[in-house]
Write a protein that binds this ligand. Structure first.
Ligand SMILES: [Zn+2]
Length: 68
């Protein structure tokens, strides 16, 4: 699972290729293949690599960015 803390978007790993292909085809966006958020270009977080409790850290980034 990849997560964008800015958009609060989650992208399941098994869907990443699908979504990436669709974005390339429709919008010419290839950010997802570089593991960046297709919407805001923020670096996606690999939730599998985040340790337990890491979600709190994610929330922290979000608060610091000033988004609701
Ligand atoms: Zn984003």
């Amino acid at each position: 699972m990849y997560y964008c803390p800015k958009c609060d978007q989650k992208i399941p790993k098994e869907r990443l290729e699908d979504v990436d292909a669709r974005l390339r085809e429709r919008f010419g966006v290839d950010r997802l293949s570089r593991l960046r958020c297709p919407v805001c270009d923020f670096e996606l977080i690999d939730m599998d690599k985040v340790r337990a409790g890491g979600e709190r850290h994610v929330g922290e980034i979000r608060r610091q960015s000033g988004l609701p």
